[in-house]
Design a protein around this ligand. Structure first.
Ligand SMILES: Nc1nc2c(ncn2[C@@H]2O[C@H](COP(=O)(O)OP(=O)(O)OP(=O)(O)O)[C@@H](O)[C@H]2O)c(=O)[nH]1
Ligand SMILES: [Mg+2]
Length: 390
């Protein structure tokens, strides 16, 4: 059902904002709650990318229509709603293939993209460092490659905007051969940049510094926590994927020991696999850590468990399962006393903090210190995680 545009914390007042209409097709095993959450997250992503959301549609089906995901009747209904809402962009929460995209664009009369393309677009907009831009361009090209099928020129037909922006100076390439060549060049550049990082890591290892990495769902407050702990000035924004580069800072503990603390790119459900692949070298900071601090947004309790699970899965994907984890429940300043108590009962080993007010930060530092002094082996081992949630 179409919904009026909602005001959101993510809204930007960009001129010529794209007007997006969101579609999700739900097939068994379906879960109303997850679809709703996922669609809300898609809206936040659309707004972060600079679009406004002018309508939404959810269809439950026993299976996807092979050509258009949606059934014929719904395609017709969507087209009418898109027209009356003045939308010029459709974003599917589901993944769509190149041929489905082509068919849908013809039937709906506007540009159609999927969640993955939207996330890639946000990354393209937020990539500032040379390495970040190289990684994002590589991810975009590998997303595009199987989708081109000789219809390269049509990209320009889309008229720019979300899904067509690239971080490089060059327009996104549309020729398969050229794309492959460019991808190889980017991969070479990345491995050169990685070599520098490897040297830095070796130096830290030699100095015997414990490496602690902040991980967590996007927007959970990782950069805020890094800033709070180290007085760094990493950009903090109420946007998804504000951070793409890892920032590492030294932190002196009250005991005199020093650690290196790193911030990382946030994780999200259904993160495009080409992004994980392209960001592999940046994410080495996770795999190489002695200790992870998993930052959880406690103000979004209805999504906490699912988000922790997503982070859990991505960590496993990165080969970081055996690294000890401390859990930090962030943003507790937004909770009522009763809610905090309930969380304490439910997650007794999680440390309640507020990167904003500084509350609980001492406790977090002392837990990290205990870990370094080997007085605790870990607060929670990854494999115990599931138990901690029940
Ligand atoms: N109320 C409250 N807000 C917080 C707290 N920590 C972070 N925030 C807010 O949450 C938003 C996201 O914070 P960031 O530090 O950018 O989050 P992040 O995890 O680094 O996000 P990405 O880099 O986008 O993945 C910002 O608007 C912060 O001001 C907190 O303890 N309390
Ligand atoms: Mg950040």
């Amino acid at each position: 059902m179409a919904k009026q545009e909602q005001k959101s914390e993510f809204t930007q007042n960009l001129p010529n904002m794209e007007k997006a209409y969101l579609i999700s097709v739900e097939v068994p095993p379906d879960n109303d709650f997850e679809t709703e959450e996922s669609l809300d997250e898609l809206e936040a992503l659309a707004l972060t990318a600079g679009a406004s959301v002018v309508g939404k549609l959810v269809q439950k089906r026993s299976s996807f229509d092979p050509a258009t995901l949606l059934g014929k009747g719904k395609v017709f209904e969507a087209r009418n709603e898109i027209e009356s809402a003045g939308a010029n962009l459709v974003i599917f929460d589901n993944e769509i293939s190149a041929s489905q995209q082509e068919k849908l664009e013809k039937e709906l009369g506007v540009k159609v993209i999927d969640r993955r393309a939207l996330i890639l677009d946000i990354f393209a907009q937020h990539a500032h460092s040379r390495e970040g831009r190289t990684q994002v361009e590589l991810a975009q090209l590998s997303y595009m490659l199987p989708r081109i099928r000789g219809r390269g020129i049509e990209l320009s037909r889309l008229g720019g905007g979300i899904g067509t922006r690239g971080p490089g100076e060059t327009q996104l390439e549309v020729d398969r051969r050229k794309i492959r060549r460019r991808m190889r060049k980017l991969e070479r550049e990345l491995s050169q940049m990685e070599a520098v990082r490897i040297t830095q890591r070796k130096r830290r290892k030699r100095a015997g510094l414990t490496s602690v990495t902040l991980v967590g769902y996007t927007n959970s407050g990782k950069s805020s926590l890094l800033n709070r702990l180290t007085k760094a000035s990493v950009i903090v924004e109420d946007k998804l994927f504000s951070t793409l580069d890892s920032t590492t800072r030294r932190l002196r503990l009250p005991t005199g020991d020093s650690i290196v603390l790193s911030d990382t790119v946030g994780f999200i459900r259904n993160i495009p696999h080409e992004l994980i692949a392209a960001f592999r070298s940046t994410l080495e900071i996770v795999r190489e850590a002695d200790l992870l601090v998993h930052v959880v947004d406690a103000s979004r309790q209805e999504m906490m468990r699912e988000r922790m699970q997503t982070v859990d899965e991505i960590l496993a994907d990165l080969g970081a399962c055996d690294i000890p984890v401390i859990f930090a429940l962030n943003k507790v300043d937004l909770l009522a006393r009763g809610e905090r108590k309930m969380l304490k009962k439910r997650y007794p080993k999680f440390i309640q903090i507020s990167a904003l007010t500084g509350e609980g930060i001492d406790k977090l530092i002392s837990t990290i210190t205990l870990f370094i002094q080997k007085q605790i082996t870990t607060t929670l081992q990854f494999e115990n995680l599931k138990g901690a949630w029940e």
